[in-house]
Ligand binder design. Structure first.
Ligand code: ITT
Length: 210
């Protein structure tokens, strides 16, 4: 085995700074797909305990950045840290709920409560276009380096809850590309077109060089 193949086979551990179990599962699957593409195994490490990480930014980027930095500063994480902040944007509602997506109608609401709340808000509105946006930040603490990028995916808000897969607003988000709701799509289908997959994929070249 020559030097190059040794480097190619090296595993990379990445700390994934999300405490949302659904996002963890999606990101794990996405990193598996990217690992295959770049022929290196990316191993996600998730937070082992629930922590109160402040999320007070006005933008997805600010939130993603502050979530990543929090683990480096407070928990001394010393491997690459990947964090993500995302949201649903409904154009007829002025891109609401956007960065507030995990807080409406209040922070302890269930996913179902949030979907019903949006359906109620959308009653009588015929223009129902929406998109999901994901901003991802990767910080390399040892190199004093960071990079950020985003992904998006478009759809419409239907007028009922449809499907039991996914999380959050997935059962009311009808994907234009999949022609079904993310709640009806399986994980593999959602990953083909998701905002999260699109954002994280933009780091392929950086992952390759880690
Ligand atoms: P972390 O901060 O720990 O990562 P979180 O759930 O609080 O977890 P966000 O602050 O990024 O994450 O909130 C994003 C919210 O937007 C999420 O809780 C959902 O309500 C919604 N959302 C984002 N991406 C989604 C997706 O792929 N499917 C369904 N809902 C999504």
């Amino acid at each position: 085995m020559n030097q190059n193949s040794l480097i190619k086979n090296k595993m990379i551990e990445i700390f994934v700074a999300t405490q949302n179990k659904h996002k963890q599962k999606e990101i794990k699957d996405i990193l598996k797909i990217i690992s295959k593409d770049i022929k290196r195994e990316i191993i996600p490490v998730f937070p082992s305990e629930k922590e109160k990480v402040p999320e007070e930014g006005k933008t997805y980027f600010e939130n993603a950045f502050s979530k990543a930095i929090w683990w480096i500063e407070n928990k001394k994480v010393n491997i690459p840290v990947l964090s993500e902040d995302s949201g649903l944007e409904i154009f007829a509602l002025g891109k609401y709920p956007g960065v507030m997506s995990s807080l409406i109608p209040h922070k302890d609401a269930t996913d179902k409560d949030r979907c019903l709340f949006i359906l109620q808000k959308m009653k009588g509105i015929s223009k129902r276009d929406a998109r999901y946006v994901s901003w991802v930040v990767l910080i390399l603490p040892q190199e004093n380096y960071w990079i950020a990028d985003y992904g998006e995916t478009y759809g419409i808000i239907i007028d009922e809850i449809r499907g039991e897969n996914g999380f959050g607003y997935d059962p009311i988000f009808f994907s234009t590309e999949l022609q079904k709701t993310f709640g009806e799509a399986n994980q593999e289908e959602k990953n083909l077109v998701s905002h999260r997959m699109r954002a994280i994929s933009k780091f392929k070249k950086v992952f390759e060089k880690l």
